[in-house]
Design a protein around this ligand. Structure first.
Ligand SMILES: *[C@@H]1O[C@H](CO)[C@@H](O)[C@H](O)[C@H]1NC(C)=O
Ligand SMILES: *[C@@H]1O[C@H](CO)[C@@H](O)[C@H](O)[C@H]1NC(C)=O
Length: 430
């Protein structure tokens, strides 16, 4: 990881400097004895602090499989908590984009010690846990149980949410913390929609804050996850001249009729369609579409990411997996792992207002020299592994990055819990 390594370097520098100063004092000062006793070695963190912290201890509730794997396919029926991880369905199409919940749950079920570099470990005794994971596939439930409020199948979704809420309210661990140390995946913008306001103290794993009020979700309490990319990872991306071999300047393929901030898509379509070097195509999501997008992104220098129904969308993570430099036009987007990743090193950001100025965006892209583009392309290749969801998980992949984000919430959770318990008046300052 970039960050801990930097910290270690600076620690080493400080310690080296201290030694140099000590030596200087030793040789330059005649009155040595009067100096040494007061010159104590500064108390810097030891070098062992550079090592990874121990994995987060997670207790996963034993939920009946109807809340998780049971929704995946007909082959997994029966009751009781699942004991093994079914393979992720090959032909899941775009449902895959919301499958973070599956990979998170799976990561906790992988062997006793897990793989090298695991940031979380499952504990079987709740008392030993630092956080509690709720393995409810709230996004899959939306995707399969009726997509609109009037669809009778939506009742299924509501029922699952209701049952989870009941279950949590009866858990003494949930009661103990008011849910603060509970981790609930909520990736689809409509996930858990009927009762999510009731679990607002928990650590929610979300893609952005487009559909949530502040009382439900915030950057300080919650974790932003990537979408799970649906195009294939570009594994052998090593052409002699990547800049020239990507012949399209700017690529976009997707729906242009969108709600909320997504109306910008139609405006961008008007400005960009038919311009030299631009491939702007209206399409609906489908298996065929995924193949076309993979090809398009692999052969383009830049990939446009306008807001969709919410500020973020899977397209950004498809672009990253394709090493196509993202051009982000979404004023309210939130990005995953931003404490560790500077997206400007491999992306370009334009405000909606800038992007809609005639010729502004394209003019800008055309001026970008090959060297600068190559820097971004190389940076993309170096970060892409942080956005891979896989089983078994690997060191520093998306799932381990997510667990690390959860671990970073621990001090805030503990403070809130301790403070809540001793306050004699209603919380007067949040
Ligand atoms: C909602 O879903 C039902 C059942 O699938 C469908 O008949 C109805 O047209 C949908 N309504 C809207 C507004 O999309
Ligand atoms: C949860 O929502 C309620 C009602 O809006 C609010 O009073 C409370 O402060 C929220 N809790 C947290 C932890 O944000």
């Amino acid at each position: 990881m970039e960050f801990p390594r930097m910290l270690c370097k600076s620690q080493i520098t400080i310690i080296t400097l201290s030694v140099v100063i000590l030596l200087y004092l030793f040789f330059e000062t005649l009155d040595l004895k009067s100096h040494l006793p007061i010159f104590t070695f500064p108390n810097y963190p030891s070098l062992s602090a550079c090592a990874r912290p121990p994995p987060l201890r997670v207790y996963m509730y034993d939920l009946d499989r109807r809340f998780n794997f049971g929704m995946m396919n007909a082959g997994i029926s029966g009751g009781g908590p699942p004991s093994e991880v079914p393979p992720f369905p090959e032909r899941s199409g775009i449902k895959r984009q919301h499958s973070m919940e599956y990979w998170m749950m799976a990561s906790l079920m992988y062997g006793a010690g897990g793989v090298e570099g695991m940031e979380a470990v499952r504990v079987s005794v709740p008392e030993e846990a630092e956080v509690f994971f709720v393995p409810f596939f709230s996004s899959l439930s939306v995707n399969i149980h009726g997509r609109n409020m009037t669809d009778p199948a939506t009742e299924e979704d509501r029922k699952l949410q209701f049952d989870i809420l009941e279950f949590l309210r009866n858990s003494k661990y949930y009661q103990r913390s008011g849910g603060r140390d509970h981790v609930i995946p909520m990736q689809h913008p409509n996930a858990f929609r009927f009762y999510r306001d009731q679990v607002n103290a928990s650590i929610l794993i979300v893609v952005d804050f487009g559909r949530y009020p502040r009382s439900l979700s915030s950057l300080s309490k919650d974790v932003v996850t990537p979408y799970v990319h649906v195009v294939d990872s570009f594994l052998d991306d090593d052409p002699a001249d990547p800049f020239e071999s990507r012949t399209t300047l700017l690529f976009f393929r997707g729906g242009t009729i969108r709600k909320a901030g997504g109306v910008v898509r139609l405006q961008l379509a008007k400005i960009l369609t038919g311009k030299e070097g631009v491939h702007f195509e209206h399409s609906t999501a489908s298996g065929e579409g995924i193949r076309a997008s993979t090809e398009g992104m692999h052969s383009s220098k830049f990939c446009l990411h306008p807001a969709g129904d919410t500020p973020s969308s899977c397209r950004l993570f498809d672009a990253i997996a394709s090493h196509c430099v993202p051009v982000i036009v979404s004023d309210y987007i939130e990005l995953p792992f931003e404490d560790q990743i500077d997206y400007r090193s491999f992306s370009l950001f334009f405000s909606v207002e800038e992007a809609l100025r005639p010729d502004y965006l394209l003019g800008h892209l055309r001026q970008i020299k090959k060297e600068r583009w190559l820097e971004k392309w190389n940076a993309l290749k170096n970060v892409a592994h942080h956005f891979e969801f896989q089983y078994p998980p690997k060191k520093d992949d998306a799932i381990n990055m997510l667990w690390r984000q959860v671990r970073n919430k621990l001090p805030t959770i503990r403070r809130a819990m301790h403070r809540d318990r001793r306050l004699k008046v209603s919380d007067w300052w949040r």
